[in-house]
Design a protein around this ligand. Structure first.
Ligand SMILES: Nc1nc2c(ncn2[C@@H]2O[C@H](COP(=O)(O)OP(=O)(O)OP(=O)(O)O)[C@@H](O)[C@H]2O)c(=O)[nH]1
Ligand SMILES: [Zn+2]
Length: 185
C-alpha cells in the first residue's frame, strides 16, 4: 500500500514539473504516502476496539462536558486540512465513558476524508451508541485550509457545526446549559 501510494506521489511530483529524483525530493513520495496513510488511519479503526470496555457503571445523571478536544481532519473536496476544536456533552444513563475515549472517537472519524457536518454527526452518533445516554451534543469549530490558502482565501473565517441528540434536541434548557458551558472559559 505505501509503495503503491508512493509511486502515485512520484507521478504527481513529476506532473507538477518537479524532478522527483533531486536530492530534496528523493524520499518525498514515501514520506507523503506514509503521512497520507496516517491522516486516514481512522478507516482501519473500530469503535469496539477503541472503547476497549471503558464504560463504567455510575449513577451520575447530570451533564458531562468534554471541551476543546483538538481536531485535525482533511476535507474530502480538496484533501486539505481543517483544524479546530470539538466539544462533546452527554447526559449519562447509568454508565459513563472513559474520558480519553471521547478524544479517541473524535480522532477515529477525523482521520478520514470528511466534511465537517458529517464528522460532527458521526461523533455524536458514536457517543450515543456507546453510552446509551439520554442525550448527546457535539459542536465543532474549525478553520478550513481550502478556504484560507486557496479558493476564496479568507484567513479569518471559521465554521461551527453542531448536532444535538435526545435530551439536547428536545429540551431547550439542557441545550442552553450546554451552549453556555461551551462558550465559558
Ligand atoms: N459544507 C462544507 N463544505 C466544505 C467543507 N470543506 C470544504 N467545503 C466546500 O466544498 C465546496 C466545494 O466546491 P466546488 O465549487 O466543487 O470546488 P471549488 O471550485 O474548489 O470551490 P472553491 O473552494 O469555492 O474554490 C467549497 O465551497 C468548499 O468551501 C466542509 O467541511 N463542509
Ligand atoms: Zn476543501
Amino acid at each position: 500500500m505505501t509503495e503503491q501510494l508512493a509511486e502515485h506521489y512520484r507521478q504527481i511530483i513529476s506532473a507538477l514539473g518537479e524532478d522527483p529524483d533531486r536530492e530534496g525530493l528523493r524520499d518525498t513520495p514515501k514520506r507523503a504516502a506514509k503521512a497520507m496513510q496516517f491522516l486516514t488511519h481512522g478507516y482501519e479503526q473500530s469503535l469496539e476496539t477503541l472503547i476497549n470496555g471503558a464504560i463504567f457503571e455510575s449513577n451520575t445523571d447530570e451533564m458531562v462536558l468534554v471541551k476543546d478536544i483538538e481536531l485535525y481532519s482533511m476535507c474530502e473536496h480538496h484533501l486539505l486540512p481543517f483544524i479546530g476544536k470539538c466539544h462533546i456533552a452527554y447526559m449519562p444513563r447509568g454508565r459513563v465513558l472513559g474520558l480519553s475515549k471521547f478524544a479517541r472517537i473524535v480522532d477515529m472519524y477525523a482521520r478520514r476524508m470528511q466534511i465537517q457536518e458529517k464528522l460532527t454527526r458521526e461523533i455524536a452518533e458514536a457517543v450515543l451508541r456507546v453510552t446509551q445516554a439520554r442525550g448527546v451534543a457535539v459542536v465543532i469549530e474549525a478553520r478550513h485550509l481550502c478556504m484560507m490558502m486557496r479558493g476564496v482565501e479568507k484567513q479569518n473565517s471559521s465554521m461551527t457545526s453542531s448536532v444535538m441528540l435526545g435530551a439536547f434536541r428536545d429540551n431547550q434548557s439542557t441545550r442552553q446549559e450546554f451552549l453556555t458551558l461551551v462558550r465559558s472559559n
